[in-house]
Design a protein around this ligand. Structure first.
Ligand SMILES: [Zn+2]
Length: 534
């Protein structure tokens, strides 16, 4: 026993001597980018560019010098990311696998290291990867400022400020504005089936945070809005200084709550009360539709778009006792070229990708912004139809996730068309019956009419556009949906959307709501359509 004790003291003394006599390694804030095998050169170049830009932003805007050397490890696949989390950051295997499923990157304070998951969805577009890299690098800054006592800081504030700085760096790099990012975040929570509240995440640890992520409870989005609100309450020139100060105070006071009070001038509880009030107010506001038109677009056209959006929402309210929850920006362009340029700008696409998309579309959008090519819509009823289609597509995604709906594409697309036709009827131009007659007459002119069972998945729909034509499959889907609505009412479409959310599968939801399988319906419909086409 004595021998062991002596040995331990020996090791202790040796370690102490080593600590006392080895000079601290000199660091000067170098960010080194290291790529795992098979990483493509573009990702390496982009990461280096973002790292340089981040340091510049830190110096010029935040007045902070990075003093620690940081390594960024780029992992091109989820497997290599999992391996790096184990090998370099020493996460146990289970934990590495769990984190690799959820994260686009991880920052480790102890090893001054950032690992990036090139396979994550967030790393797929330049805008998102820029903000993701800046996010992870900002965690290193937090660790530097707090003298590695970052674990004492409020977890939501660490993540929220890292996202906030990420969005700021993305904006300064020429991507989407931070204001738009904030609106997208509000929209994401407005349309989420459920999410963690601010008080739930106020004092949370990594384990609880990870659980919330796995349960799709959007803790990042909530902390992002908490930070946006917090920053909006600081005077403009002080917001970066207060954020930096918070992490310095975490070191000095050794307490995340006390540091909050000193840095931001109110207790966490006071903040929570103020934030909740603002948040409820924001969530309860009706969605705003903002129409953005170029001078070449007449005010009348913009009014038609606005009117159609209002009519579609009136339909959601009256028939389904619901409404569009996410605010929308609708950008109207005057020519194919202007349309291509606008989708490149709004969705950060390369000129080539934008040209590809614009060739076969009249509108393109994400959940908060839609760009329309008005040169392809020459009449009032076309404008109203297209706008209402967009509104219905947004509404569908608000009720059920895309993945769940993409098992029955003909009904997803068909219901958007039928509701659009109904909206034109509400506007007093054509009736739904007029549309049905025109869909039927155009199908009469085609030689081969497909079966609905061929139009289930997104891939199948895509294939059918070349095998048949987009108008044939759209008209068929619209007619089939109209026949369902005729028999079961508009209510059944909403019931189907709700069931799709519940079952996570549009086809199963169909069976539950309509009482027959989608395949059986396809067969029955084919028979009745053949009779009508004669
Ligand atoms: Zn983070």
């Amino acid at each position: 026993m004595k021998k062991i004790l002596a040995l331990l003291i020996c090791i202790g003394a040796f370690a102490l001597a080593f600590f006392l006599f080895s000079p601290p390694a000199k660091t000067n804030g170098t960010i080194e980018v290291i790529a795992e095998a098979t990483t493509n050169q573009k990702m390496i170049d982009d990461t280096k560019k973002t790292a340089t830009f981040f340091k510049q932003f830190l110096t010029e805007d935040m007045h902070i010098e990075l003093t620690r050397d940081v390594k960024i490890l780029i992992c091109p696949t989820r497997e290599s990311y999992t391996t790096v989390l184990q090998r370099e950051i020493h996460l146990p295997k289970d934990n590495a696998i769990r984190q690799a499923k959820l994260s686009a990157g991880i920052s480790n304070d102890k090893f001054h290291m950032v690992a990036l998951n090139g396979a994550a969805e967030k790393m797929k577009t330049p805008q998102n990867s820029t903000s993701a890299i800046a996010h992870e690098l900002f965690h290193q800054v937090q660790a530097q400022l707090s003298n590695d006592k970052n674990d004492k800081a409020l977890y939501w504030l660490k993540e929220g400020t890292a996202d906030f700085i990420g969005a700021t760096v993305a904006e300064k790099s020429g991507y989407q504005s931070r204001e738009q990012w904030k609106l997208d975040t509000i929209n994401a929570l407005r349309t989420a089936p459920s999410y963690a509240s601010a008080s739930e995440i106020m004092h949370i640890d990594l384990e609880e945070w990870t659980n919330l992520m796995e349960q799709d409870q959007s803790p990042y989005q909530m902390s992002d809005l908490m930070v946006c609100y917090l920053v909006s309450q600081q005077s403009n020139d002080k917001s970066y200084a207060s954020i930096a100060n918070y992490f310095r105070l975490v070191d000095q006071l050794d307490d995340g709550d006390k540091a909050f009070e000193q840095a931001f001038g109110l207790t966490v509880n006071q903040f929570l009360v103020n934030f909740q009030r603002w948040f409820l107010d924001t969530m309860n506001k009706p969605a705003q539709i903002e129409i953005i038109r170029k001078p070449e677009i007449t005010p009348e056209v913009a009014t038609d778009v606005e009117h159609s959006a209002a009519l579609a929402r009136q339909f959601f309210q009256n028939k389904w006792n619901s409404d569009l929850k996410a605010s929308q920006r609708i950008v109207l362009t005057e020519s194919k070229d202007a349309y291509t340029a606008a989708i490149a700008k709004e969705f950060n696409l390369s000129a080539e990708a934008a040209t590809q998309k614009s060739k076969s579309s009249v509108w393109w959008g994400n959940n908060s912004t839609t760009v329309l090519d008005m040169s392809a819509l020459s009449t009032k009823h076309q404008i109203i139809f297209a706008t209402a289609t967009i509104m219905m597509k947004r509404f569908e995604l608000q009720v059920a996730p895309q993945k769940a709906m993409s098992t029955l594409c003909w009904l997803t697309n068909g219901s958007a068309d039928v509701i659009a036709a109904h909206t034109v009827e509400m506007a007093g131009i054509y009736t739904l019956e007029n549309y049905k007659a025109s869909w039927l007459s155009s199908l009469r002119k085609t030689t081969v009419v497909p079966n609905l069972a061929e139009l289930k998945t997104e891939q199948a729909w895509e294939d059918a556009t070349t095998k048949y034509s987009i108008s044939t499959i759209s008209n068929l889907s619209a007619l089939a949906t109209a026949s369902l609505i005729e028999k079961y009412g508009f209510e059944s479409v909403y019931a189907w959307l709700e069931a799709t959310k519940e079952y996570g599968d549009a086809e199963k939801a169909f069976q539950a709501v309509y009482g027959i399988s989608a395949n059986q319906f396809a067969t029955d419909f084919k028979k009745s359509l053949t009779r009508q086409l004669k």
